[in-house]
Design a protein around this ligand. Structure first.
Ligand SMILES: Cc1cc2nc3c(=O)[nH]c(=O)nc-3n(C[C@H](O)[C@H](O)[C@H](O)COP(=O)(O)OP(=O)(O)OC[C@H]3O[C@@H](n4cnc5c(N)ncnc54)[C@H](O)[C@@H]3O)c2cc1C
Length: 529
């Protein structure tokens, strides 16, 4: 049986971040990946037409660029930007544009209501005063004591109270408090819909604010050469430190002895021994129920898992476009990302359809103009484009339902870019089932590793508990986006898991660390009286 210090299950970016950090500490690390490729939802490929590169899943990386976790790994990635960050197109053709050039954003917001340019500037100044501390608090292990105290020191008790209120506001409410016109609120609500949060949902305001303001501050950059560059950099860094990756090796079981993770079994029957830790970059339900198994878990944890909620299913379409996008409003031409398909009420209606389990008749789309962001994506004068849109979370959709939804998506694009359909020379569709086939962690096409709703955040993610990577099984850690702080390419769940594994392993303090975690878990998962 092969024996290493740590086994990492899954070569998504979180698994690779964890593997790199453990290798940095001198550990012998083996990553077992179910598919033939590393990267999980951070990959690129040629799927539409020759010469057109597509980012198969994620493609814009404001969180990755700003993440202290990825910065510490010092990856040799060359970042580039579209001229504008994003544009929200309204049904009447108007555009709300966010650009790294503050004056340009202000001018766009001002067109919606006199004074909204200045209001945007104030909102941005508020963000800038706390952005570093918020990112540190968000992307470090829970509870973020040091960064939380730093934030409190910066804003004071009065500011902390208002910040606390902002954390639970809906995007509609926050937008209406910050702006007089429609542009600013739509910028926030469109950004909130990068998660599964509707404009009415508690917490959608802060997600919208975070993504929009990060866009203002650092843009939504992409790696030159596509998403794959992030994965390749992580893989090369790991291999240069002696770490290894075995592909087409799905893990079916965590091996446990006397309450401690001691290795894993692959679906092919191979056993691998882990001397110090097993770190899993897999979704929480598969991790606990399939890989660990309920007999090793406190019954109360298994009950809590029954309430774990996925985010919506996703349909993603990539197009090879033999020209520039024929936008009706030229303001969208320079944007890396375009939000399409609704004013505020339209976004709420779209979200309401998803909430009641119906196909949205007029979908909201996130659309990426990848050649505008990075010219290496397709020949000069052409565009490599993708768009994705959500469906209610379901594991199976008929081919007819998917075709219908793709037709609706294309109709929305055509409404805003008349003649788009005539320019398409290649198309590739990922249905929810296709997404899951390419990456078994994208269960039902859910892109976030579980809902971003407030009831599944912080110490409630993935289930009520410590909000940490530690589990009730000694030396077993959860490193995927199902763990705090959730989806997005920022590496924090991977980093949190590696830090927990290293803390558990420390010669002098590891035992005490384990005792505290065990006692806390016993209290949290004690059976209901
Ligand atoms: C269509 C789409 C668009 C997105 N857009 C963006 C974006 O623009 N910007 C952004 O920041 N984020 C975006 N995201 C979200 C982001 O990509 C994910 O949150 C992030 O990649 C999750 O990383 P991860 O390492 O936790 O999991 P994953 O990337 O899903 O990786 C998990 C890995 O584990 C492997 N695996 C699963 N089970 C097993 C097993 N039993 N044994 C072995 N291996 C296993 C999988 O094959 C996979 O390689 C997007 C996601 C999708 C799907």
């Amino acid at each position: 049986m092969e024996s290493v210090d740590a086994i990492v299950v899954g070569a998504g970016h979180n698994g690779l971040v964890a593997a790199n950090m453990l290798a940095d500490a001198g550990w012998d690390v083996l990553v077992l990946e179910a598919t033939a490729e590393p990267g999980g939802a951070v990959r690129s490929g040629h799927v539409t037409a020759p010469g057109y590169l597509s980012d198969l899943f994620s493609s814009f990386y404001p969180l990755g660029y700003a993440s202290p976790v990825l910065r510490r790994l010092d990856l040799p990635i060359r970042w580039t930007h579209a001229p504008d960050v994003f544009t929200h197109l309204l049904p009447d053709g108007r555009a709300a544009t966010v650009s790294r050039d503050l004056d340009r954003t202000m001018a766009s917001m001002e067109r919606f209501a006199p004074g909204d340019g200045e209001r945007w500037k104030h909102a941005y100044e508020d963000w800038q005063a706390v952005s570093g501390r918020i990112l540190d608090a968000m992307l470090s292990p829970f509870p973020p004591v040091r960064s939380g105290l730093g934030l409190l020191g910066r804003v004071g008790v009065a500011g902390a109270l208002r910040l606390g209120r902002r954390l639970v506001l809906s995007a509609r409410q926050l937008g209406s408090e910050l702006f007089a016109g429609e542009g600013g609120p739509l910028a926030l609500a469109g950004c909130a819909l990068h998660t599964d949060l509707s404009p009415e949902e508690a917490g959608s305001g802060v997600f919208g604010w975070l993504l929009a303001m990060l866009g203002q501050e650092v843009g939504w950059p992409v790696p030159v050469g596509g998403a794959q560059q992030i994965t390749s950099a992580l893989v090369e860094r790991l291999e240069s430190r002696g770490g290894r990756i075995a592909y087409e090796t799905p893990v079916s079981r965590v091996l446990i002895a006397r309450g401690r993770a001691v290795g894993v079994r692959s679906a092919g029957g191979g056993d691998y021994r882990a001397r110090r830790a097993v770190v899993a970059d897999v979704p929480a339900p598969a991790f606990y129920l399939d890989l660990v198994g309920s007999r090793w878990l406190p019954p109360r944890l298994v009950e809590d898992l029954a309430h774990f909620r996925w985010d919506g299913s996703t349909v993603k379409v990539d197009w090879a476009v033999a020209g520039k996008m024929p936008w009706g409003n030229p303001d969208a031409s320079g944007a890396g990302t375009v939000h399409l398909g609704g004013d505020m009420d339209g976004l709420s209606r779209y979200a309401a359809h998803l909430a009641v389990g119906e196909m949205p008749p007029h979908p909201f789309l996130l659309l990426g103009q990848m050649t505008t962001a990075d010219p290496s994506h397709s020949p000069d004068g052409t565009e490599s484009v993708w768009a994705y849109s959500h469906l209610p979370h379901r594991e199976s959709w008929s081919a007819g339902e998917i075709d219908e939804h793709v037709a609706r998506m294309e109709a929305v694009v055509d409404e805003h870019a008349p003649g788009f359909g005539d320019l398409v020379v290649g198309r590739h569709v990922f249905s929810p089932a296709d997404l899951q086939r390419e990456n078994p962690s994208l269960v039902g096409g859910a892109v976030g590793g579980g809902t971003s709703a407030a009831f599944q955040q912080l110490f409630l993610r993935p289930i009520p508990g410590l909000g940490r990577a530690d589990t009730p099984i000694d030396r077993l850690f959860l490193a995927s986006s199902s763990a705090h702080p959730g989806g997005g390419v920022h590496g924090a769940p991977g980093s949190n898991a590696a830090r927990a594994a290293l803390a558990r392993d420390r010669a002098l303090t590891g035992g005490a660390y384990r005792a505290v975690i065990s006692a806390a878990n016993r209290a949290i998962y004690r059976s209901a009286p």
